[in-house]
Design a protein around this ligand. Structure first.
Ligand code: IMP
Ligand code: MG
Length: 170
């Protein structure tokens, strides 16, 4: 298995990330949101995204393991939690891809339990057709079809995260 056809070009990612950054900056101009990034895949996205923001932000990270078998939504477990408090703070969860929604659902529940004042989601890719758990996505880069993709943080067995574009795995 290796990366094949390019699904989203580097320049198109850059353009869209910049638009998302502008939109977030506009909506949070009076706040200092905490960007909670989902490890490991979200690091590339968040590092580009924050450089498109004109507002101050805090960063934090969570890591979630899912016992996902192909096509099935399984309960996701938080294996590395936030380092700081989110109580009373406005949180934006930064995730590179939402598939069944179970990972995100677990994170949203945790953030609510910890007393976040508000929680919104920013994802680069949305595999909408695969959704099993309903999650609200406020900021979305691209909707994609049911294909396995790699690059820009997304891996196949920990490989190909470093590709600058999004490619289909072939
Ligand atoms: P969910 O819990 O089913 O929404 O799955 C989300 C997680 O599955 C993401 O954080 C990714 O780690 C992984 N994932 C889902 N689709 C893809 C893909 O096409 N390429 C690489 N990883 C994926
Ligand atoms: Mg993965």
């Amino acid at each position: 298995m290796r990366p094949g056809k390019v699904l989203i070009e580097t320049d198109d990612i850059k353009q869209r990330v910049s638009e998302l950054g502008e939109e977030i900056s506009r909506n949070y101009h009076h706040e200092k949101p905490v960007l909670v990034t989902v490890l490991k895949g979200g690091v590339i996205f968040v590092s580009d995204l924050i450089r498109e923001l004109s507002i101050p932000v805090e960063l934090d990270f969570v890591s979630v393991s899912s016992y996902k078998k192909r096509e099935k939504a399984a309960p996701a477990k938080i294996v590395q939690n936030l380092s700081g408090s989110v109580a009373g703070k406005h949180v934006i969860v930064v995730e590179n891809i939402v598939d069944t929604g179970s990972t995100l659902n677990r994170i949203l529940q945790e953030l609510k339990d910890r007393g976040a004042a508000s929680v919104e989601v920013c994802c680069l890719l949305d595999k909408k057709c695969k959704r099993k758990v309903d999650v609200d996505i406020r900021y979305r880069g691209f909707i994609i079809q049911d294909n396995f993709v790699v690059g820009y943080g997304l891996d196949y067995n920990q490989r190909f995260r470093n590709l600058p574009h999004i490619a289909l795995l072939e």
